[in-house]
Structures are given as structure tokens and as C-alpha cells.
Design a protein around this ligand. Structure first.
Ligand code: SF4
Length: 485
């Protein structure tokens, strides 16, 4: 979006107004693929109706099914994979003007703009139909072979290598106070259920200075909350030979004045070091929050997943985390129905969840993906059993979460106001440092009378001191006490 914006396109979130449609896709599990294909077909209707002149498909689905997309959806004019982001300009028929040295890489939208973006895309695109598929010259690979990990040894040159840096234009659509920074791309872990490394390439970290420079630029533009992401953030810097890469990076970012909340997502369990935990504990502006996807707790399942460990080791890790960072909120996710998961394996997982008492938990049904290490495993768990196991775990977590949230009642916490509630205009929504953006429960605010008789609304993107007054299964209710300076 940043590249298109810089090249002069006017962006709109309304497909009926667009001359060029870009569908950014995901394809790591079945439901994501389905959603991507449905969206492409939905957008193709605008081309058939004549309002749009070009349809571009971008992202992971392209890495997986490049040729199939071009062949089976004739309305698609171009595809742009995850490793060739800059080709979006060529695909759209745009070119990048020379940027003056002082030009900021960011175009940050206000809340209202983010919702609307700018209507009416004035395309400078060529009108002829093209069938560009941006495969490097001389690359005669079999597309289906692209995402087989076995091929990595002889074919790493076929994997995406793209990494953005601090000068890459970005177009932020997150609320004005918050932004994500991707600190690394790709993954070298061998998890057998996962095709992400095949779509995103080998693990590579962004330069340390580039991440710090981007964070500084964001904070200078008013961003107060930064969330670091990557397929595995805890490996950050290993390829750059940085010792304690993530901890060192957090240290540098935490020192940026006016950055109020800093967090990272997706920690790999055996990469959570004492130094990393000490860094989280030491800095007030590093959120006491850890997202550590564990995937399962049965040693047998974890072994076939090529993740290793088991419930006992994980419980010790969690104990270490809680001792080093008292009060830390823990999120994890699990997969149920992995091939060969027996009732005993499932019960081990269930027992582990009861003991571990996570603050936030996601449960996903196993998705049988071609190109994954587990694709050859034949002992499939019946769909009905998978769904029943998923429901059982979510019910268990619901009761754990409800009890934990009740402990919050009466506590005074800092809340970031995000806007009026989607459900009713009588409530506002916000988050504490224990909620990551978009994924965890919510803080509903039903009372801000303390701010004075003339205050009729909260300021989205502002921080307030609040008292938690009620707890529900995942969400809590709060009343505002005062602005948090
Ligand atoms: S660490 Fe995450 S992204 Fe990497 S292979 Fe495992 S599940 Fe996939």
C-alpha cells in the first residue's frame, strides 16, 4: 500500500470505486485458502461488471498456486508473491517517482481516514490486459514443488528473500497510536504441520539499526504502541550473529522516549531466555505479555510435529516466565486433530491446559496441507472428533478465563481507548497492556463521568487510568478514573 501510495495511486477500501483491485491473500490452512479464493472471485465480479480494469492477486496464495491462479481465474491480470512486493507497481502499471531525501516513509491515516481510506482510485495503469507472472527469468521450477521443505537443500534460491527496511514506504491503517513492525521474515523451524516456511522463505532478520530507525520514525509520528512481529521473533538476530538479539533490540526500543507500550508476538518456547525475561521485567514500557504458541502438550504428538518437549517441560518454562515477570499475561495456541492424536494425547493436552492456566488461548483444527511434513501421515482424526475436541478445550478455557478475569475486578489499570464499541454506542472499547491488538478479549468502558461533565467522548488512541468493575468470560468492564499521563 505504501509503494502504491507513493507512486501516486489513490487508495480506497471500496471495491466498487476502484480501477485496480488488489487481493492480498493467505494460504497456510484450508480456511485461509478458501477465504482468499472467495475474495478473488468476489472481486472478479467488479472486473466483469466493467468498474475495475485490473485485478491483482498478491501474497501467500501466489507462492503456493501461482500458475493455477493465472490459469483458472482468467480475470486475474497479475500475481505478486511475498518475495516480489515491489512488482506491485509494475503489475498496477505505476512507477515510483524519485523521492526527495526528506520524504517520510510513512503515510499515517487518522482514525476516520483509516476506515474510509481515500475513495476513487485514479489509476495510471495501462489498460491492456496483461498476463504478467513475476517469476524470475530462467526459473523453470515445478510450482507444486516450490513449497516442499525437502527441496530446500537444492532450491533455496527459489524461496522468497525480500525484506523491507526503514525507507520502504508504508501506509498504516492501524489506529493512529499503534503500529506493527516486522523484524524478521521466514522461518527455519521444521514443524511438520506448517507450510509457512515454504511460502515465506528461510529465516532472515532485518538489520538492527533499520528496526530502531523505523520505530523512531513511527514514534515521531505519534505512534505510542509498537508490536514486533515475525514468524519467530525470538530467533531475531541469530542470522546476524547477534547474541540475545531480541532482548538487545527490546532494550534499544524501550529507550525511545514517548513509546508507551512495546511487545513482541510469537515466541518459540525453547528460545525464551533468562535475558529476554529480565528485559521484559526491567522496562515499564515493555508490556508484561508473552504469546508463546505451544501447539500441543503430548510428547508423542510434539515429537511427530518435530517440535519436541511436552507438558512437564512447558510447565517448568511457564513457571520460570511467571517468576521472572510477575503478573505477566500468557497467550498460547494449540492444534487439535494432528494425525495420530489419540484420546490419551488429547487428555494430556486437556490436563495441561487446566494446570497451565493461560490468560488467552486459541485452538485450531489441524489442516492437512500438501507440501507439509505431516502430509504423508495417514492416521487422520475424524472431523467430528476434531471439532468435538476443539469445543471441549474452548469450554475448559472459558471457565479458566472467567475465574482469572474475576481477579481483575477492583484493580486499577492503564487502558488504551480504541473507539466506540461496534456493539453499542453506549460503550467504548479499549485494551490494557495484557491485551495484544486485535486478538485478545476487550475492556468495555461504560463510565467516564470522572473526566468532567462536559466530556462526552473518549479520545481514541489516548491512555487512561481505569478501574475494572465487572468481569465476564473473556472481557471486562471498566470505569475511567483520569487521563494517564
Ligand atoms: S515456528 Fe511457526 S512458522 Fe515456523 S515452522 Fe513452526 S509453526 Fe511454522
Amino acid at each position: 500500500m505504501g509503494l502504491l501510495d507513493r507512486a501516486g495511486a489513490r487508495l480506497t477500501a471500496h471495491p466498487e470505486e476502484a480501477e485496480i483491485l488488489v487481493v492480498n491473500t493467505c494460504s497456510f490452512i484450508d480456511t485461509a485458502k478458501q477465504e482468499s479464493v472467495d475474495t478473488i472471485l468476489e472481486m472478479a465480479r467488479f472486473k466483469l461488471a466493467g468498474t475495475a480494469k485490473k485485478l491483482i492477486v498478491a501474497g501467500c496464495l501466489v507462492e503456493r498456486y501461482r500458475d493455477e491462479i493465472m490459469k483458472s481465474i482468467p480475470e486475474v491480470d497479475a500475481v505478486v508473491g511475498t518475495g516480489e512486493l515491489e512488482c506491485i507497481l509494475q503489475a498496477a502499471g505505476l512507477s515510483m517517482p524519485a523521492a526527495p531525501a526528506s520524504l517520510s516513509p510513512f503515510n499515517i491515516l487518522t482514525g476516520a481516514q483509516a476506515a474510509e481510506i481515500r475513495p476513487g482510485l485514479e489509476s495510471r495503469a495501462a489498460t491492456h490486459k496483461s498476463d504478467i507472472s513475476y517469476r524470475p527469468e530462467g526459473d523453470h521450477r515445478e510450482q507444486q514443488g516450490r513449497f516442499r521443505r525437502d527441496d530446500w537443500h537444492g532450491a533455496t534460491h527459489l524461496l522468497p528473500t525480500y525484506l523491507y527496511d526503514e525507507s520502504t514506504p508504508r501506509f498504516l491503517t492501524t489506529p493512529k497510536s499503534s503500529a506493527y513492525i516486522k523484524i524478521a521474515e521466514g522461518c527455519d523451524h521444521p514443524c511438520t504441520f506448517c507450510v509457512i516456511p515454504n511460502l515465506r522463505g528461510k529465516f532472515r532478520s532485518r538489520r538492527f539499526e533499520s528496526v530502531v530507525a523505523e520505530a523512531r520514525q513511527l514514534v515521531a509520528r505519534g505512534v505510542q504502541e509498537i508490536t514486533l512481529i515475525g514468524q519467530d521473533t525470538t530467533c531475531y538476530g541469530e542470522d546476524l550473529r547477534l547474541k540475545d538479539g531480541l532482548a538487545t533490540l527490546l532494550e534499544a526500543l524501550a529507550a525511545i522516549p514517548n513509546l508507551r507500550w512495546l511487545r513482541f508476538l510469537y515466541a518459540y518456547p525453547n528460545r525464551i531466555t533468562g535475558k529476554l525475561l529480565d528485559t521484559i521485567a526491567k522496562h515499564d514500557n515493555i508490556c508484561k505479555y508473552l504469546d508463546v504458541p505451544l501447539q500441543h502438550a503430548s510428547p508423542a504428538v510434539l515429537k511427530t510435529m518435530k517440535r519436541g518437549a511436552g507438558a512437564d517441560i512447558f510447565l517448568k518454562t511457564l513457571e520460570k516466565v511467571r517468576a521472572a515477570v510477575p503478573g505477566i499475561a500468557l497467550r498460547t495456541s494449540f492444534i487439535v486433530g494432528f494425525p495420530g492424536e489419540s484420546l490419551r494425547d488429547f487428555e494430556l493436552l486437556e490436563q495441561f491446559i487446566s494446570e497451565a492456566k493461560f490468560d488467552w488461548l486459541g485452538v485450531f483444527s489441524y489442516s492437512h496441507e500438501e507440501g507439509s511434513g505431516a502430509y504423508s501421515l495417514t492416521e487422520q482424526v475424524p472431523k467430528r472428533t476434531v471439532e468435538a475436541r476443539k469445543r471441549r478445550l474452548m469450554k475448559l478455557q472459558q471457565s479458566i478465563s472467567k475465574r482469572a478475569k474475576q481477579q481483575w475486578v477492583g484493580r486499577e489499570l492503564v487502558v488504551l481507548a480504541e473507539g466506540e464499541s461496534d456493539e453499542t454506542p453506549l460503550l467504548w472499547e479499549g485494551r490494557t497492556q495484557f491485551h495484544a491488538p486485535e486478538i485478545d478479549g476487550k475492556v468495555y468502558i461504560n463510565d467516564f463521568a470522572n473526566l468532567g461533565p462536559h466530556v462526552t467522548a473518549l479520545e481514541p488512541g489516548c491512555f487512561y487510568k481505569a478501574e475494572i468493575t465487572e468481569a465476564h468470560e473473556y472481557d471486562v468492564v471498566a470505569r475511567i478514573l483520569a487521563p494517564a499521563m
